[in-house]
Design a protein around this ligand. Sequence first.
Ligand code: NAP
Length: 497
Amino acid sequence: METYKMFIGGEWVESSENQVLKVLNPSTGLPVASVQSASRDDVGKAIDAARNSFDSGIWSRATPGDRSNVLLKVADLIEKNQDKFIKVETENSGKSIKQISGYDIPYTVDNIRFLAGACRTLEGKAMNEYVADGTSAIRREPIGAIGIITPWNYPLMMVVWRAFPALAMGNSVVVKPASYTPLTTLMLADILKEAGVPDGVFNVITGPGSSVGEEMAKSEKLDMIAFTGSTEVGKRLSVLAASNLKKVSLELGGKAPFIVFKDANIDAAVESAIVGGLVNNGQDCANSTRYYIQEEVFDKFVSLLKKRIQKLRIGDPMDPSTDMGPLISETQRERVEGYIEKGIKEGGKLLSGGERPEIPGHKKGYYINPALIYTENEDSAIVKEEIFGPVFTILKFKDYNDAIRRSNDVTYGLGSSVWTSDITTAMRATRDLRFGTVWVNEHVVVPSEMPWAGYKESGHGASLSPYSLEEFTYIKHVYFDLTGKVRKDWYDQIFKG
Ligand code: NAP
């Protein structure tokens, strides 16, 4: 079993307190590797490495073209080593190898190529004389040394979504991956070094969020924290980051509605409901979780969905025919089971699933069958809170206003979708839904060119698209006087010459 070190200042180092943490395979419950648990001193060294490399200008002053070429090499090297990335990510996350090889890795490579290209084409306000006496211009500059904290659900992808726009714009970063899934982030460090990212620009430290992550959030040497994870931790980090008013970018939880009107193509909606609800074993911030179905088509939708769920192949993530693997941990499985219980206690009716399946050879894996629950209790925890597991909460609605009002009535605002064949209903819904993404007759798709961003307690800031590049920059106004006069005409308004 491999013991991974941390990557600080271009070197692989052990924890200064010789502490290691086990990393498990969620489909067996057995360890697959160990990683270092960073001490306070280690966190400080990683932050110093990022700070010094940024201040040296070695990366921050490189041209966008030069940075882009290095990041494009990273994309090529991930592709070249994709078999290893696919194997490690599958073993460590429990997601199906089908999803990781067909979607996670190629999509992540596409994200990198997009960001690498887009950093060369930033746009903005034209340089011009917005007052008669002078010329104004806009500069976009890197923010500095940035702490990046990522979740376990898309280990490699989430570090790319946060660290790569930062790197593309010339920042230096310290990344702390989730303790459940740190392995591919550590593998990435070698690739960045090989591609030519200078020492100190990309650092990876591992260890518990409650110590390592908090230390980063408090640090006065970091200029920004970019966090992807739960709303609860996002709120805590915002408080800690206030110590030096560092910039905070938050990509947090979701509770996506999936609204099916009576004129929708029900077969298409059911196919997408399965994918939207179960992508990533139901552990995706975009997952469709609240299925609002118009009463006229309710029975048809539910009966088709039930049949479709029964056909799912739940099993060994390494088997290419597996559709759904285990949840990330025992804690996560118990949390999901707790929500199912609560949903029933609060008036919901379990229509199918929710049990622990027997998977031959994987008795200790954290498996659960997808659960389908119908409820009329709009205030139930399964309607309002993020479960982050394979639970389909089914609700009935009467008309447009009823569906939109109830869909918006959550603290989250990340993804949402609407199913209809009527263009006016679709257009109205895209206006009225208070979510960062509204899909029409689809759910989950986010092209690299488009932003993934939250409303309300789903956070602020954007991943992907040119907006994510701007997120990791300061905006600077530069003004040039054009008169050459000792006293400009307007000075008299302030004091008479
Ligand atoms: P989490 O518990 O909030 O953890 C996320 C990261 O924060 C981990 O690296 C964790 O470290 C660290 N952390 C935990 N407590 C911390 C603290 N007090 N201070 C600083 N860092 C701390 O979230 P998760 O369970 O990994 O991920 C699931 C959540 O992420 C869901 O809510 C999901 O919706 C959200 N998510 C959002 C997006 C998006 O784009 N909006 C994308 C993916 C996931 P440890 O692992 O060591 O605890």
